[in-house]
Each structure stands twice: as C-alpha cells, then as structure tokens.
Design a protein around this ligand. Structure first.
Ligand code: HEM
Length: 276
C-alpha cells in the first residue's frame, strides 16, 4: 500500500530490490538437489476424467504416460488437454514419506537404455557427491541432530528398529534423504522441516539472484500494464485463459496448486488415485 521503502529486501521484499549473489556465482546448491529428491510424489497410477461430463475415462499405470508415451493418450483422442489438467488437479500425489517409493521408479527403464532403481540411486548420488549425512547436515544448518532412532522417527518404534538395523545402529550414518523421510512433519507440512530450511534459503536466493525479479522489477522494464498483468494473474487465470472449459471446475479453487474439487461423477470414483 505504501510502495517500496528503499532498495533493501527486509521491509519491502525481493522484487524491486537490488540483485545480490552474496559473492558466490548463482547455482542450485547440491543440498537443494538432495532435498528435492521427491520421487515418492509419483503415484503408481493416474485416473483420467472428462473435465466437462466428469466421466471416468481411464486409470493407467504411470509407466504408460512417461517418456515416449507421454503424448499417446492425447494423440489417440482418449483425452483432451483440459481433461488431462482436470485429472491432474484431482489426483493425489504420493506422500513424501519413508516406505513410499513408487514401484515403477524402483525398476525403471529409461529411453537411453538405463535400468535403474531410483530409490537406491537417490542415496548413492548423495554419497558419491559428498553430501553430509543427516545428523551432520542438520548440525551444519544449525539444527539439532537426532539423538536416537526413536526420536528421528517421531516415536514410531517399529520404523526406528528397522532404520537402526539398516544403519548398524549408528545414527551418524543415516543418509540425508532417509532422515528427511523419517522425520515427523510439522503441522500442515507436506515435507520435512530439514528440507524446508533448504527450500526457504534457496527460494529466496533464486529470486535475489535474478535481475529480472530483483533490480529490473519496474515499469521501465515490464511497462506498467505488464507489471499489473503479472501481479494480478494466478495459475488459475492462466489455466482459465488457455482452457476456458476449465473455468467451471476452477470456480471455487483458490490455489490451483492445491487439490481441486471433484465435480459430479468424478466424486463417485472409488480408486485411491483421487481418494487418498
Ligand atoms: C516419472 C517421474 C520421474 C522420473 C522417471 C524420474 C527419473 C529420474 C532419473 C532417471 C534421475 C537421474 C538419476 C541419476 O542420477 O542417475 C532423476 C533425478 C532426480 N529427480 Fe527424478 N524422476 C521423476 C520425478 C521426479 C520428481 C516428481 C521430482 C521432484 C519433485 C524429481 C526430482 C529429482 C531430483 C532432485 C533428481 C536429482 C537431479 C540431479 O542429480 O541433478 N524427480 N530422476
């Protein structure tokens, strides 16, 4: 309401402040890559619905819609783009938690001929890149390390016993990703507090390092109406502009990145894909 106060970002935020790299060339840090290994988000199956009639069209294993097959359902006329977006809006992702890696990523054949167990590769890459183990990582972030396996697992003794046996009872050895996936989540969180600390730093740094968001965030660069267009548009508006037929289902959606309401017959579908 009162506009910018000075060039700093503490009072007025990053857009419109001055670009800063903290004397380090910008890059996505290795620890950001590590906590972004969110492969558990990928569900085993996806249920597709018609965005206008809400009819269930097809439930398909995830491997049927990845890599070279990604366009098949659209190409053969089974789905329209708005059907696909509506379906992604009402399907649940997998929870970012331990013992929830999708089966197909554990037995993944990539188009370039690799056969991978991504659950293993996720851990292997961190180790070969020298990412500190969970407790050391937390110390370096000025967070308290987990004192016991039980504490790490939020009192889930069966899980704690399993993790302890995998790591030979040595709490120092727990890998960063495993620790993050075992950690009890703060209320309302979808991922661990440890990961959150990295995200909040990286998200800020990414904006602060981008001259089009920091220094150049002004009418001279974007025009007045350009800035208004950016500031007044949400993902919901973007979807509505491109797929006007989605406006009906998006009517009551506040945040297009959260789950959308199921309309009509889609609400009667019983599969776990839309009923987690
Ligand atoms: C169908 C879905 C997906 C497939 C097939 C897939 C596959 C892969 C593969 C093959 C790798 C490289 C493994 C290696 O280092 O050799 C990888 C890395 C990675 N994936 Fe995924 N992934 C999927 C979804 C996701 C999702 C949803 C996220 C996060 C939201 C994610 C985050 C990452 C990250 C952070 C890396 C490490 C990148 C790096 O080392 O620079 N992936 N994934």
């Amino acid at each position: 309401m009162i506009g910018r106060i000075g060039k700093g970002d503490i009072l007025s935020g990053i857009p419109g402040s001055i670009t800063g790299h903290d004397e380090v060339p910008f890059s996505l840090t290795e620890e950001f890559v590590s906590v972004y290994r969110m492969h558990s988000l990928i569900p085993d199956n996806i249920a597709f619905f018609d965005s206008e009639t809400s009819d269930h069209k097809k439930t398909t294993p995830i491997e049927g819609v990845v890599f070279g097959k990604a366009r098949d359902l659209l190409a053969d006329g089974t789905l329209t783009w708005s059907n696909a977006f509506y379906s992604f809006g009402i399907n649940y992702p997998g929870a970012i938690t331990i013992r929830n890696h999708p089966k197909f990523l554990r037995d993944l054949s990539t188009p370039n001929g690799r056969h991978l167990d991504i659950a293993t590769v996720d851990i292997l890459r961190d180790r070969e890149r020298g990412v500190p183990r969970y407790n050391e990582f937390r110390r370096l972030f000025h967070l308290k390390p987990a004192k016991t396996f039980s504490k790490l697992c939020g009192g889930n003794e069966a899980l704690a016993a399993d993790v302890a046996s995998v790591y030979g009872n040595d709490i120092k050895k727990i890998d960063l990703l495993v620790g993050c996936l075992c950690e009890p989540l703060p209320k309302g969180f979808g991922f661990s507090d440890t990961a959150f600390r990295v995200f909040i730093l990286m998200a800020t740094r990414r904006l602060k390092s981008d001259r089009f968001i920091a220094t150049e965030w002004k009418p001279k660069m974007y025009t007045k109406s350009g800035l208004k267009w950016i500031q007044d548009s949400t993902m919901k508006d973007v979807l509505g502009r491109h797929f006007p037929e989605l406006k009906v289902v998006l009517k009551d959606v506040k945040n297009a990145f959260a789950l959308w309401p199921k309309v009509g017959k889609a609400g009667m579908y019983n599969g776990p894909e839309t009923n987690a």
